[in-house]
Design a protein around this ligand. Structure first.
Ligand SMILES: NC(=O)c1ccc[n+]([C@@H]2O[C@H](COP(=O)([O-])OP(=O)(O)OC[C@H]3O[C@@H](n4cnc5c(N)ncnc54)[C@H](OP(=O)(O)O)[C@@H]3O)[C@@H](O)[C@H]2O)c1
Length: 358
C-alpha cells in the first residue's frame, strides 16, 4: 500500500476517501488473533525476555493501529530490558522505542508512518511486535523519499543526530567554521551524525573506542579519527587549546567536559546521551569566557511539528552519507534479544534495523 501524496484527496482502492493527514475513512484487513512479539517481564529484580504470541486485546490504548514493518535497536532498548536500566516503566513490556509501518486501523489508514519517542517501548508496547497501537498524536507520516526500512536505518538515533545538527546550525554553525567533533562515533547517534555532517560539507573529526571502525567512519565521511582515550579523559583544565567549531555528544561524562574545554569561541556542544556517564564536572569558564553553549537534545518529547520537520529534512538535506550501504545492517525479530546485550556492552556499530513484518 503506497503513501498518500500531500494535498491530494482521491479514491482509494478500497473505495474509501483519502484526505491528507486526516486519513482514509475505510478499514484494512483486521488484525490477526495473535501475532509475534518480543516481551520483557520484570520478576524479582530480573527481566525475563522472549518471543511470544500476543493477542490484539493485549495491545495498549490508542486510536491508531500500525502493522509494524521495521523497528530498530537503540541503546535505550537495551536499557529497557536490563534489570538495572531504570528505563522500563511497565511490565510486561514490548520494547522497541521506534517503528515504521502501515496504519491498518484509525486515522490515516493505509498510510505509512513513523512512531518514536513519548512512552513507546518504555511505558507503552513498542516496535518489537508485528502490530502496535498508539495515540494518533505520536504518529509522523513517512516523508516522501524515505522507505520504511530507511526510516528505521535512521530511527531514534538518526533523528537525534539530525536534531543535534539542526540545533547547532540554528545557533549559526556553518561548514566553513572549522572541524566538528563527533563523540561515540561508531554508535547509532554518532555514525549518523558523521554521515549527515559529511554530506553537508563539514570537516568531521570522529572519536571512537574501536580502532577497528576507523575505515567505517572514513567511509561515512570522517576526515580524522580520534581515540576515546583522548576524548573521554577528564580535562586537566576547563579551558584547553581550541580545536572544533562544535561537537555532537551522545556520550556524556568526562567526554562532555573534554568537548566544552576544546570548543572554539562562540561554538556549541549538542549533548544527547550518556554512554560515558550521566554526570560530568566542568566549570563556567568555557561558557562565560568563550561564549560556548551547551545545548540539550531530547528526541522523546519533541513537539510533533518539529518532529515532522526534522523527518522531512532527514529525507532531504539531512540525509546522511552511507544511509543505504554502510550505516545499517538488518536482523530478524528473533535475533533482537541476544543483540541487546551486545549494545549494552558498547559493542554496537552503526545502526541495526529489525525486520518485523518486512
Ligand atoms: N536525548 C535523546 O533523546 C536520545 C536519543 C537517542 C539516543 N540517546 C542516547 O545517546 C546515547 C547513544 O545512543 P545510541 O543509540 O547511539 O547507542 P549505541 O548505538 O549503542 O552507541 C553508543 C556508542 O557510545 C560509545 N560508548 C560506549 N560505551 C562507552 C563508554 N563507556 N564511554 C564512551 N563511549 C562509549 C560507543 O561508541 P565508540 O566506541 O565509537 O566510542 C558506542 O558504540 C545513549 O546514551 C542513548 O541513551 C539519547
Amino acid at each position: 500500500m503506497g503513501r498518500i501524496p500531500r494535498g491530494v484527496i482521491r479514491e482509494s482502492s478500497h473505495g474509501g476517501e483519502y484526505a491528507p493527514w486526516v486519513g482514509r475513512v475505510d478499514r484494512m484487513a483486521p488484525i490477526p488473533e495473535t501475532f509475534r512479539a518480543l516481551v520483557a517481564e520484570q520478576r524479582d529484580g530480573e527481566v525475563d525476555r522472549g518471543l511470544r504470541e500476543l493477542s490484539a486485546g493485549e495491545l495498549p490504548e490508542g486510536d491508531v493501529t500500525v502493522r509494524v514493518r521495521f523497528s530498530s535497536v537503540n541503546y535505550k532498548d537495551a536499557l529497557a530490558v536490563s534489570p538495572k536500566g531504570r528505563v522500563a516503566r511497565t511490565s510486561p513490556l514490548v520494547p522497541g522505542i521506534d517503528l515504521a509501518g502501515e496504519v491498518v486501523d484509525g486515522e490515516g489508514t493505509g498510510r505509512e508512518v513513523i512512531v518514536h519517542g513519548y512512552d513507546l517501548g518504555v511505558a507503552h508496547h513498542g516496535g518489537y511486535a508485528e502490530y502496535a497501537r498508539v495515540p494518533s498524536d505520536w504518529v509522523v507520516p513517512l516523508p516522501d523519499g524515505l522507505s520504511a526500512r530507511q526510516a528505521m536505518a535512521l530511527g531514534t538515533a538518526g533523528y537525534t543526530a539530525a536534531y543535534s545538527i539542526v540545533q547547532l546550525e540554528d545557533r549559526g554553525l556553518r561548514p566553513d567554521d572549522g572541524p566538528v567533533l563527533v563523540l561515540g562515533a561508531s554508535g547509532g547517534v554518532g555514525s549518523t551524525a558523521v554521515g549527515i555532517l559529511a554530506r553537508r560539507g563539514y570537516e568531521v573529526h570522529a572519536s571512537t573506542g574501536k580502532a577497528e571502525e576507523a575505515d567505517f567512519l572514513r567511509e561515512l565521511g570522517a576526515a580524522q579519527i580520534l581515540a576515546r582515550e583522548e576524548t573521554g579523559r577528564q580535562p586537566e583544565r576547563p579551558l584547553q587549546k581550541t580545536r572544533w567549531a562544535a561537537a555532537v555528544d551522545p556520550v556524556g561524562g568526562a567526554a562532555t567536559a573534554f568537548a566544552l574545554s576544546t570548543t572554539r569561541y562562540g561554538g556549541a556542544v549538542a549533548l544527547s546521551g550518556m554512554t560515558g556517564g550521566a554526570e560530568f564536572t566542568s566549570s563556567v569558564f568555557p561558557l562565560i569566557l568563550r561564549n560556548v553553549a551547551l545545548l540539550g537534545v531530547d528526541s522523546v518529547g519533541t513537539p510533533l511539528d518539529v518532529r515532522r520537520q526534522v523527518w522531512e529534512r532527514l529525507a532531504d538535506d539531512l540525509r546522511p552519507r552511507g544511509l543505504d550501504e554502510a550505516i545499517a545492517r538488518e536482523i530478524e525479530l528473533d535475533a533482537v534479544d541476544p543483540f541487546l546485550d551486545e549494545i549494552l556492552a558498547g559493542r554496537g556499530r552503526g545502526r541495526t534495523v529489525v525486520k518485523v513484518g518486512g
